[in-house]
Design a protein around this ligand. Structure first.
Ligand code: IDP
Ligand code: MG
Length: 141
């Protein structure tokens, strides 16, 4: 499973019209898109997805933001996908993100930071399964 990761183009980036530009970065960085859908999260889904952060002070604001509009969920494939995607998106806080990263170029602030990326192979697997059924993912060819 270490060639898969899970990404979200978050509501701030979709709203500001950057979905296409971010998809272009994904493709140009040689990720294969195994699954993609434009959805609007329910509050329950947002809370379930970010359950690991439920004790953090920003949890309520974060889950409200995540269901404030459409987002695009993506299952991505590339060798060493988790690490590669984290490098492509940059630091959580765009002020600390490196030049050329997605968050540097598209994030508004530490919360509305344009994209999500899994932090481990185990979480990538769980997060992909949270949003996609097996039959929705293109076969690994
Ligand atoms: P990550 O998305 O870079 O993995 P995490 O620490 O897992 O960062 O936090 C999950 C999400 O919670 C972030 O992407 C961001 O949207 C939000 N977040 C993280 N830290 C803060 C904060 O200090 N204030 C507000 N929102 C935050
Ligand atoms: Mg995280």
């Amino acid at each position: 499973m270490n060639n898969l990761t899970f990404a979200i183009i978050k509501p701030d980036a979709v709203k500001s019209g950057n979905t296409g530009l971010i998809l272009d970065r994904i493709i140009k960085s040689d990720f294969k898109i195994l699954g993609a859908k434009l959805i609007r999260l329910s509050r329950k889904q947002a809370e379930g997805f970010y359950d690991i952060h439920k004790e953090r002070p920003f949890f309520e604001e974060l889950t409200e933001f995540m269901c404030s509009g459409q987002c695009m969920v993506l299952a991505l494939k590339k060798e060493n996908a988790v690490q590669e995607w984290r490098q492509t998106i940059g630091s959580t806080n765009p002020e600390e993100a490196e030049t050329g990263t997605i968050r540097k170029d598209f994030a508004k602030n530490i919360q509305n930071n344009a994209v999500h990326g899994s932090d481990s192979d185990e979480n990538a697997k769980k997060e992909i399964a949270f949003f996609f059924t097996n039959s929705e993912l293109i076969a690994n060819n």
